[in-house]
Design a binder for this molecule. Structure first.
Ligand SMILES: CC(C)(COP(=O)(O)OP(=O)(O)OC[C@H]1O[C@@H](n2cnc3c(N)ncnc32)[C@H](O)[C@@H]1OP(=O)(O)O)[C@@H](O)C(=O)NCCC(=O)NCCS
Length: 183
């Protein structure tokens, strides 16, 4: 556990130099075998960096990324809604208000960019995330339950997907990028 106080943690715009650390921290804290984390990938991070969205921030302890938030100015086809898509804090730094600061930095940027509201999705068993969001001005709106039907109980996925469609599948969360196996 770091001895740094929360006040020493700096919230800064995410940059290319943070990409590797953001990606790795996400892989440590997200369970990429379950929704809504299945689309976590190099592509997911790089698209945010590529778009130049100002709603992406890192929490830094010196040079070390100890938290991040990735937001975008659009949510699906709604370009008047901002989307707080990914947020994570290193377990050694949790419970110190860092995520709250990241949420506020992200939302302020999205509202400043013209969003009329900001949406985020919280998995039903994620109490930390639900508490974080409700303490920071979010209220539950719509619940979506993912219903799953298997082909066979123990079937291993055997599809060999052509490269051309991979990018689309990674974006839609059906395939994991960064050479990682799908969950
Ligand atoms: C969710 C997460 C980002 C919260 O980070 P954090 O820096 O510990 O959050 P904060 O310290 O800012 O706490 C915000 C609020 O949530 C509460 N909280 C934090 N962890 C909690 C937990 N495990 N259970 C219940 N409440 C919790 C805090 O008490 C605080 O509420 P308060 O203001 O009433 O005290 C962190 O737990 C995390 O990285 N989880 C794994 C990744 C994840 O699930 N991300 C969200 C989906 S993309």
């Amino acid at each position: 556990m770091s001895e740094s106080s929360s006040a020493e943690i700096v919230i800064a715009p995410v940059g290319l130099e943070h990409l590797r650390q953001v990606l790795d921290l996400g892989y440590r804290v997200f369970d990429t075998s379950v929704k809504p984390y299945t689309s976590w990938s190099l592509t997911a991070v790089a698209e945010h960096l590529d778009s130049g969205d100002s709603a992406c921030w890192v929490a830094l302890d010196g040079e070390t990324v100890v938290g991040f938030v990735l937001g975008s100015q659009t949510f699906e086809l709604r370009d008047d809604w901002g989307y707080l898509e990914w947020i994570a804090v290193d377990p050694a730094y949790q419970g110190r208000g860092i995520a709250g600061r990241l949420v506020n930095a992200c939302c302020e940027a999205l509202f400043a960019g013209g969003a009329s509201r900001v949406v985020t999705d919280v998995e039903s068993s994620n109490n930390a995330s639900a508490t974080l969001m409700s303490r920071n001005g979010f209220a539950p709106a719509v619940t979506v339950t993912l219903f799953v039907r298997s082909s066979q109980p123990d079937a291993e996925p055997t599809r060999n997907i052509p490269g051309a469609s991979k990018r689309h599948l990674i974006r839609s969360g059906r395939l994991v990028g960064d050479h990682r196996p799908a969950g």
